[in-house]
Design a binder for this molecule. Structure first.
Ligand code: 4NP
Length: 161
């Protein structure tokens, strides 16, 4: 089992979008049983809230359905997950502040797996939900290729059992 946690600021736009996009990709590859996928926010601002309606609408326009309830990331969540994938440089700083600089080896910016590493701009501010969706999809696709390549043994084992 490979545990993947997506992290943004509020956990109502980017990281739940990434969670639902990645779940669908993994499902399409027949690997759902091999992954545990969720998302968190670095802030408690939106805790308990559902996916922000414009993000949900964008996901549904692309045939992706599902929900998420916002929750704040804790140190325990970082310790218990294999990959912590953040959306931007501020998220990275905030997570490293939470861990006291530890666990850096499993904390990545999502777009660092793409050919064009960059921050995923927050659609809460840009209002460009399509762009955020496209960047998140590109990041998830590249991360899935990376993770399959680097965990081939474990994934093949899961597929056999
Ligand atoms: P997210 O967007 O980090 O992509 O979920 C935000 C959502 C809410 C707020 C900030 C960013 N907020 O300040 O409430």
């Amino acid at each position: 089992m490979i545990s993947v946690t997506f992290v943004c600021l509020g956990n109502i736009c980017r990281s739940p979008t990434a969670e639902l996009v990645f779940k669908k990709m993994v499902e399409e590859r027949g690997l759902s049983l091999s992954f545990d996928i969720t998302s968190y926010g670095t802030s408690d601002e939106e805790e308990g809230n559902p996916v922000y309606p414009p993000s949900k609408k964008t996901l549904e326009a692309h045939g992706i359905y599902g929900g998420h309830t916002a929750k704040q990331l804790t140190l325990r969540d970082v310790v218990n997950n294999d990959y912590i994938l953040v959306m931007d440089s501020q998220n990275l700083l905030d997570v490293l502040r939470l861990t006291g600089g530890k666990y850096g080896e499993k904390i990545f910016k999502l777009c660092s797996f793409t050919k064009n590493p960059r921050d995923i701009a927050d659609p809460w501010y840009t209002r460009d939900f399509e762009r955020a969706f496209a960047e998140i999809t590109e990041g998830c696709r590249a991360f899935l290729e990376y993770v399959i390549k680097n965990n081939r043994g474990a994934l093949e084992y899961d597929a056999r059992h």
